[in-house]
Design a protein around this ligand. Structure first.
Ligand SMILES: Cc1cc2nc3c(=O)[nH]c(=O)nc-3n(C[C@H](O)[C@H](O)[C@H](O)COP(=O)(O)OP(=O)(O)OC[C@H]3O[C@@H](n4cnc5c(N)ncnc54)[C@H](O)[C@@H]3O)c2cc1C
Length: 456
């Protein structure tokens, strides 16, 4: 059997590794972007000079041959699903028995006049980073970044580290407030503006980009007419599943490639995983498309079982994510909406002077904890996950909050202050029983019987 995987990102690579671990089938992994798998979230560190580009590769180059995973660097132009055949950009073909589509995301553009000029790029691919590098070395005096969110802020940090001034145009009235609750959004907004001196322009939308007559970027113009002279426009107004090239096929598409619980598409022997996959029936509390690293990895493992005839539903468990806004760390576990749902309560604590905050969510009816939203404070994944999975009472969580603390040992602990603020809000008289420390965590976790942390 020949199993072909299009895409060598985290989803494709994980599928290939697990297929090889469990079978002797022929495996081919194809990518137009790069010969070898690299860590996409680490792209910014190569631009900033924290890592060399070869350090982005988690596996040595010999790994693939040793594990008999054929690599092919090429763009697939079309797929003849009826004939189980791929057609490459150079006209050559390849046949498959089983096909995994792990084709990732692309930058969303919104038909702005001038978006094809030299100097307009997203920050998703190696080629994007190379373009940022080239422009930075050539003539870049000022960059404009369009669209907030996690990629935009990474782009801003990239240019900032090279002392290239940035104007950051964000449509919303507060940074990433579609996702962050209001206090946290305000904290990030101030962090970007005051602490890092970025020219953040809220409620400002790109209208068009002007060229210099030579095909190069000269100016970004906002709706309302304000002009931003610049030589580079970074686009970070979201990513979307990379499916346009598949749109004239029999494959069922929505916003992404539609898949069932077993990551099967509507076509026999064709699967989709990672950023490009859209679950027809996502698990409760999860979204149909989740363009994040660890879900790609989990789908990669799950699809391997399904291809090899061991039916395994995709069960991502409890949501988590983490990122950084410059040096402000952000973590979420469970369900952490930006607005309070009617049937839930929340508690928010913010440090009086530093950029640190924690928000807890729980069910009004059962008092079970539902989510943790953390800024500038790190909490342990396994503890938060176990509390949520076990529907632990919010008062018990608060009582043992120190167990979750995962900050380095020399960092100040804030749980005493958090507990007394919680008592003030809720009229309780909880005393903090557990402090930071691994031995306590291990004892505590042993006691909890995990009900719903089902993992692949
Ligand atoms: C700058 C940046 C920072 C990020 N940071 C984080 C983070 O901190 N945490 C987190 O959870 N997530 C982060 N993400 C998201 C995360 O990187 C993605 O969710 C993940 O990489 C998606 O993996 P994937 O395997 O689905 O697809 P991708 O990694 O996008 O891989 C898709 C592959 O498909 C190939 N391909 C596509 N079409 C074709 C074709 N027609 N022919 C041949 N090959 C093709 C491409 O060459 C590519 O190799 C970040 C993303 C970016 C861009």
């Amino acid at each position: 059997m020949h199993i072909v995987i299009i895409g060598n990102g985290i989803a494709g690579v994980t599928a290939a590794r697990h297929l090889r671990k469990q079978s002797q089938h022929e495996i081919t992994m194809i990518s137009g972007e790069s010969e070898f798998h690299y860590s996409r979230p680490a792209l910014m560190y190569s631009y900033m000079g924290h890592m060399r580009s070869e350090d982005l590769k988690p596996y040595e180059d010999w790994f693939w041959e040793k594990n008999r995973i054929n690599l092919k660097r090429a763009w697939v132009e079309t797929i003849r699903f009826n004939e189980k055949q791929l057609v490459f950009a150079d006209g050559s073909t390849m046949n498959y028995d089983k096909l995994v589509l792990a084709v990732g995301s692309t930058t969303s553009y919104y038909d702005w006049p001038g978006q094809d000029l030299d100097g307009v790029h997203g920050m998703v691919t190696l080629q994007d980073i190379e373009a940022m590098e080239r422009h930075s070395e050539e003539r870049l005096k000022r960059a404009v970044i369009v669209g907030g969110g996690l990629i935009g802020i990474e782009m801003a940090e990239c240019f900032h580290t090279r002392q290239i001034p940035v104007s950051f145009l964000v449509r919303e009235e507060s940074y990433w407030n579609r996702v962050l609750p209001p206090d946290e959004s305000t904290m990030v907004t101030k962090h970007i503006q005051r602490k890092h001196g970025i020219d953040l322009r809220l409620e400002t939308e790109l209208s068009e980009i002007w060229g210099d007559g030579d095909g190069k970027v000269k100016m970004a113009v906002a709706k309302g007419g304000e002009k931003f002279p610049c030589e580079f426009v970074g686009i970070s107004a979201g990513v979307k599943p990379n499916i346009e090239w598949l749109s004239f096929s029999e494959l069922e598409l929505g916003r992404g490639i539609k898949v069932n619980d077993h990551l099967e598409t509507n076509l026999k022997d064709v699967y989709a995983i990672g950023d490009c996959a859209e679950l027809i029936e996502p698990q409760p509390g999860r979204r149909p498309i989740e363009a994040i690293w660890y879900t790609g990895r989990m789908m990669g493992e799950t699809v391997a079982y399904n291809i090899l005839g061991k039916p395994t539903p995709y069960r991502p468990g409890i949501f988590f994510n983490s990122a950084k806004f410059f040096d402000l760390e952000y973590q979420v576990y469970g369900s952490t909406p930006n607005e309070l749902p009617e049937n839930q309560s929340w508690f928010y604590w913010q440090h009086p002077t530093e950029d640190k905050a924690i928000r807890l969510y729980w069910s009004k009816a059962s008092k079970a904890v539902l989510g943790f939203h953390l800024m500038g404070i790190r909490y342990r994944h396994e503890v938060c996950e176990a509390w949520i999975a076990n529907e632990t009472n919010i008062n018990e969580v608060v009582e043992h909050l120190g167990l979750a603390n995962f900050d380095p040992e020399f960092y100040e602990e804030h749980e005493e202050a958090i507990v007394s603020a919680f008592n003030a809000q809720e009229g309780t008289s909880i005393k903090l029983k557990s402090k930071r420390g691994l031995s306590g965590v291990q004892r505590f976790l042993k006691k909890l019987t995990s009900k719903s942390t089902a993992r692949v």
